[in-house]
Design a protein. Structure first.
Lengths: 109, 115
Protein backbone atom coordinates (compact mmCIF):
# COMPACT_ATOMS: atom_id res chain seq x y z
CA UNK A 1 0.00 0.00 0.00
CA UNK A 2 1.62 3.21 -1.16
CA UNK A 3 1.15 5.98 1.37
CA UNK A 4 1.81 9.67 1.71
CA UNK A 5 1.94 11.04 5.25
CA UNK A 6 1.25 14.57 6.40
CA UNK A 7 0.53 16.10 9.78
CA UNK A 8 -3.07 17.32 9.57
CA UNK A 9 -2.34 20.31 11.79
CA UNK A 10 -3.54 22.91 12.13
CA UNK A 11 -0.17 24.62 11.88
CA UNK A 12 -0.41 28.17 13.14
CA UNK A 13 2.30 30.74 12.41
CA UNK A 14 2.39 34.54 12.83
CA UNK A 15 2.42 36.79 9.82
CA UNK A 16 5.94 37.21 8.44
CA UNK A 17 7.24 33.94 9.87
CA UNK A 18 8.40 30.87 7.96
CA UNK A 19 5.86 28.07 7.67
CA UNK A 20 7.35 24.60 7.32
CA UNK A 21 5.20 21.79 5.96
CA UNK A 22 6.43 18.22 5.83
CA UNK A 23 5.47 15.11 3.92
CA UNK A 24 6.72 11.53 3.92
CA UNK A 25 6.11 8.84 1.34
CA UNK A 26 6.49 5.08 1.30
CA UNK A 27 7.18 4.23 -2.34
CA UNK A 28 10.89 4.49 -3.09
CA UNK A 29 10.08 4.39 -6.80
CA UNK A 30 8.32 7.74 -6.64
CA UNK A 31 9.62 10.19 -9.19
CA UNK A 32 7.57 13.36 -9.01
CA UNK A 33 6.50 15.37 -6.00
CA UNK A 34 3.92 18.11 -5.87
CA UNK A 35 2.52 20.62 -3.46
CA UNK A 36 -1.05 21.77 -3.95
CA UNK A 37 -2.85 24.52 -2.07
CA UNK A 38 -6.57 24.20 -1.45
CA UNK A 39 -8.69 27.01 -0.11
CA UNK A 40 -11.90 26.02 1.59
CA UNK A 41 -14.55 25.16 -0.98
CA UNK A 42 -12.11 25.42 -3.88
CA UNK A 43 -10.23 22.88 -5.95
CA UNK A 44 -6.55 22.08 -5.34
CA UNK A 45 -4.13 24.41 -7.07
CA UNK A 46 -0.60 23.33 -7.99
CA UNK A 47 2.00 25.63 -6.44
CA UNK A 48 5.27 23.68 -6.62
CA UNK A 49 6.70 20.50 -8.09
CA UNK A 50 10.11 18.94 -7.67
CA UNK A 51 11.82 15.96 -9.24
CA UNK A 52 15.43 16.09 -8.04
CA UNK A 53 17.02 15.92 -4.63
CA UNK A 54 17.71 19.29 -3.09
CA UNK A 55 15.90 22.59 -2.97
CA UNK A 56 13.75 24.35 -5.52
CA UNK A 57 12.78 27.95 -4.94
CA UNK A 58 9.92 29.88 -6.47
CA UNK A 59 9.24 33.26 -4.93
CA UNK A 60 8.34 32.82 -1.27
CA UNK A 61 8.06 29.05 -1.69
CA UNK A 62 10.85 26.50 -1.40
CA UNK A 63 10.34 22.80 -1.97
CA UNK A 64 12.91 20.42 -0.49
CA UNK A 65 13.28 16.80 -1.55
CA UNK A 66 15.30 14.09 0.16
CA UNK A 67 14.78 10.78 -1.64
CA UNK A 68 17.08 8.84 0.70
CA UNK A 69 14.93 9.78 3.69
CA UNK A 70 11.74 9.76 1.63
CA UNK A 71 10.45 13.14 2.59
CA UNK A 72 9.53 16.32 0.84
CA UNK A 73 8.87 19.64 2.51
CA UNK A 74 7.51 23.05 1.63
CA UNK A 75 8.77 26.25 3.21
CA UNK A 76 6.76 29.44 2.94
CA UNK A 77 8.76 32.53 3.78
CA UNK A 78 7.19 35.78 4.96
CA UNK A 79 3.87 34.01 5.54
CA UNK A 80 0.77 36.05 4.81
CA UNK A 81 -2.81 35.60 6.04
CA UNK A 82 -3.72 34.82 2.44
CA UNK A 83 -1.50 31.73 2.68
CA UNK A 84 -3.97 30.22 5.13
CA UNK A 85 -5.21 27.07 3.38
CA UNK A 86 -4.79 23.33 3.31
CA UNK A 87 -1.57 22.20 1.69
CA UNK A 88 -1.63 18.84 -0.03
CA UNK A 89 1.46 16.83 -0.74
CA UNK A 90 1.20 14.55 -3.78
CA UNK A 91 3.58 11.88 -4.97
CA UNK A 92 3.71 10.15 -8.32
CA UNK A 93 5.64 7.06 -9.35
CA UNK A 94 4.35 7.09 -12.86
CA UNK A 95 0.90 8.14 -13.87
CA UNK A 96 -1.06 7.74 -10.66
CA UNK A 97 -0.72 10.51 -8.12
CA UNK A 98 -1.24 9.72 -4.44
CA UNK A 99 -2.24 12.52 -2.10
CA UNK A 100 -1.55 13.06 1.56
CA UNK A 101 -4.36 14.10 3.90
CA UNK A 102 -3.20 17.70 3.81
CA UNK A 103 -1.93 20.11 6.45
CA UNK A 104 -4.08 23.05 7.47
CA UNK A 105 -2.07 26.24 7.80
CA UNK A 106 -3.26 29.32 9.65
CA UNK A 107 -1.29 32.54 9.33
CA UNK A 108 -2.25 34.97 12.08
CA UNK A 109 -2.22 38.68 11.26
CA UNK B 1 -7.19 28.00 -22.88
CA UNK B 2 -10.00 26.49 -20.83
CA UNK B 3 -9.06 24.49 -17.76
CA UNK B 4 -10.63 21.31 -16.49
CA UNK B 5 -14.36 21.81 -16.18
CA UNK B 6 -16.82 19.78 -14.18
CA UNK B 7 -20.57 19.65 -14.19
CA UNK B 8 -22.64 20.02 -12.13
CA UNK B 9 -20.92 22.05 -9.44
CA UNK B 10 -23.33 20.79 -6.82
CA UNK B 11 -25.81 17.94 -6.75
CA UNK B 12 -28.24 16.95 -4.03
CA UNK B 13 -29.97 13.61 -4.52
CA UNK B 14 -31.86 11.12 -2.42
CA UNK B 15 -30.44 7.81 -1.38
CA UNK B 16 -31.09 5.25 -4.08
CA UNK B 17 -31.14 7.72 -6.93
CA UNK B 18 -28.64 7.91 -9.77
CA UNK B 19 -26.25 10.77 -10.43
CA UNK B 20 -23.87 11.33 -13.32
CA UNK B 21 -20.92 13.65 -13.00
CA UNK B 22 -19.13 15.00 -16.02
CA UNK B 23 -15.56 16.13 -16.54
CA UNK B 24 -14.07 17.90 -19.54
CA UNK B 25 -10.28 17.74 -19.36
CA UNK B 26 -7.85 20.24 -20.80
CA UNK B 27 -7.74 19.79 -24.55
CA UNK B 28 -4.97 17.41 -25.58
CA UNK B 29 -4.53 15.83 -22.17
CA UNK B 30 -4.54 12.07 -22.50
CA UNK B 31 -4.58 11.42 -18.77
CA UNK B 32 -7.79 11.94 -16.85
CA UNK B 33 -8.23 11.18 -13.18
CA UNK B 34 -11.15 11.04 -10.82
CA UNK B 35 -10.62 11.73 -7.13
CA UNK B 36 -12.99 12.00 -4.19
CA UNK B 37 -12.77 13.88 -0.94
CA UNK B 38 -15.18 12.75 1.73
CA UNK B 39 -15.75 15.18 4.63
CA UNK B 40 -12.75 15.24 6.94
CA UNK B 41 -10.77 12.77 4.88
CA UNK B 42 -7.94 13.05 2.41
CA UNK B 43 -8.37 13.17 -1.33
CA UNK B 44 -8.65 9.59 -2.55
CA UNK B 45 -7.76 8.36 -6.00
CA UNK B 46 -10.64 6.64 -7.81
CA UNK B 47 -9.40 5.87 -11.28
CA UNK B 48 -7.22 6.93 -14.16
CA UNK B 49 -7.92 6.98 -17.89
CA UNK B 50 -5.30 7.13 -20.59
CA UNK B 51 -7.32 8.34 -23.54
CA UNK B 52 -10.39 6.09 -23.54
CA UNK B 53 -8.78 3.19 -21.66
CA UNK B 54 -8.94 2.62 -17.93
CA UNK B 55 -5.33 2.51 -16.82
CA UNK B 56 -6.05 2.01 -13.15
CA UNK B 57 -9.39 1.73 -11.41
CA UNK B 58 -8.10 0.36 -8.14
CA UNK B 59 -9.62 3.21 -6.17
CA UNK B 60 -13.22 2.68 -7.24
CA UNK B 61 -15.06 1.87 -4.01
CA UNK B 62 -17.58 -0.62 -5.39
CA UNK B 63 -19.64 -1.58 -8.42
CA UNK B 64 -22.11 1.22 -7.84
CA UNK B 65 -19.55 3.50 -9.46
CA UNK B 66 -19.09 3.44 -13.23
CA UNK B 67 -16.71 5.68 -15.13
CA UNK B 68 -16.53 6.08 -18.87
CA UNK B 69 -14.50 8.12 -21.29
CA UNK B 70 -15.84 7.45 -24.74
CA UNK B 71 -13.63 8.78 -27.50
CA UNK B 72 -10.95 9.80 -25.07
CA UNK B 73 -12.39 13.26 -24.49
CA UNK B 74 -14.78 14.00 -21.66
CA UNK B 75 -15.50 11.52 -18.90
CA UNK B 76 -18.54 10.66 -16.84
CA UNK B 77 -18.76 9.12 -13.41
CA UNK B 78 -22.09 7.54 -12.58
CA UNK B 79 -23.16 6.52 -9.11
CA UNK B 80 -26.09 4.11 -9.11
CA UNK B 81 -27.72 3.73 -6.64
CA UNK B 82 -26.27 6.48 -4.48
CA UNK B 83 -25.72 5.87 -0.77
CA UNK B 84 -25.26 8.36 2.07
CA UNK B 85 -21.53 7.61 2.32
CA UNK B 86 -21.05 8.69 -1.29
CA UNK B 87 -21.43 12.31 -0.24
CA UNK B 88 -18.31 14.36 -0.81
CA UNK B 89 -16.51 16.41 -3.41
CA UNK B 90 -15.57 14.64 -6.61
CA UNK B 91 -12.59 16.13 -8.39
CA UNK B 92 -11.48 15.51 -11.91
CA UNK B 93 -7.94 16.24 -13.05
CA UNK B 94 -6.04 15.93 -16.28
CA UNK B 95 -2.41 15.87 -17.29
CA UNK B 96 -0.31 15.56 -20.40
CA UNK B 97 1.93 12.69 -21.47
CA UNK B 98 5.13 11.44 -19.93
CA UNK B 99 6.07 10.09 -16.54
CA UNK B 100 7.59 13.37 -15.41
CA UNK B 101 4.82 15.50 -16.76
CA UNK B 102 2.23 14.32 -14.33
CA UNK B 103 1.32 17.55 -12.61
CA UNK B 104 -2.42 17.35 -12.59
CA UNK B 105 -4.69 20.29 -13.22
CA UNK B 106 -7.88 20.07 -11.27
CA UNK B 107 -11.42 21.03 -12.02
CA UNK B 108 -13.50 22.90 -9.47
CA UNK B 109 -15.11 19.71 -8.27
CA UNK B 110 -18.67 18.49 -7.94
CA UNK B 111 -20.08 18.57 -4.44
CA UNK B 112 -22.40 15.58 -4.10
CA UNK B 113 -24.81 15.42 -1.22
CA UNK B 114 -26.85 12.27 -0.74
CA UNK B 115 -29.75 12.69 1.65
Amino acid sequence: QKEVGQNSGPLSVPEGAIASLNCTYSDRGSQSFFWYRQYSGKSPELIMFIYSNGDKEDGRFTAQLNKASQYVSLLIRDSQPSDSATYLCAVSGGFKTIFGAGTRLFVKA
Amino acid sequence: EAGVTQFPSHSVIEKGQTVTLRCDPISGHDNLYWYRRVMGKEIKFLLHFVKESKQDESGMPNNRFLAERTGGTYSTLKVQPAELEDSGVYFCASSGQGALNTEAFFGQGTRLTVV
